[in-house]
Design a protein around this ligand. Sequence first.
Ligand code: GRF
Length: 213
Amino acid sequence: MARLKVGVLISGRGSNLQALIEAAADPAYPAEIALVISNRADAQGLERAEAAGIPREVIAEKDRAAFAAAADRALRERQVGLVTLAGFMRLLDTAFVEAWRDRMINIHPSLLPAFPGLHPQREALAAGARFSGCTVHFVRAEMDTGPIIAQAVVPVHDDDDEERLAVRILTQEHRLYPLAVRLYAEGRLKIDGNRVIVAGAMAPELAALNPVP
Ligand code: GRF
């Protein structure tokens, strides 16, 4: 069966892009990366795309509508069926968000709806949260909102700083994003208001306490 074509929007490092590239290297994975778009020419993720032989496009356009028009055109040309935001650091035009409604997902390094925005790890620490994690969600016009597809939880350690917590979360991001893309590509996600129903999946039995005495 034809694999789902995925477009990945990045602005920087691209470690989540790398996780998707590695997942898609397995021919049994139901999605392939058809295009990487970066709004920055110096994004490290572009090198990862090049190394993997994936078409890439830099759209440095500052104007939001012009960026959206160029990105939309490139994605359609490649017959992309799902757009994934992976460390994409610009706000998207609302018309673009609507055009890709329910076909565009994002990953964010907190357990949304807690700590949306630019410094979720710092805010989780400042709030004294004992767990944090990451979230993959469908994109809606307001930043870091939209029906939640999947989350991974990590403990916050008493001696954590922002960097250490970020690394612990990032490790889980690299597992979670390929999982969420797989579920989408397999047609297993049904949006019901704010909730996403995942066909054929179970919630883990596990409940976690932190601290462990
Ligand atoms: C990740 O923490 C992601 O959740 C957030 O931006 C970061 C991007 O990292 N949206 P990378 O570019 O994928 O390495």
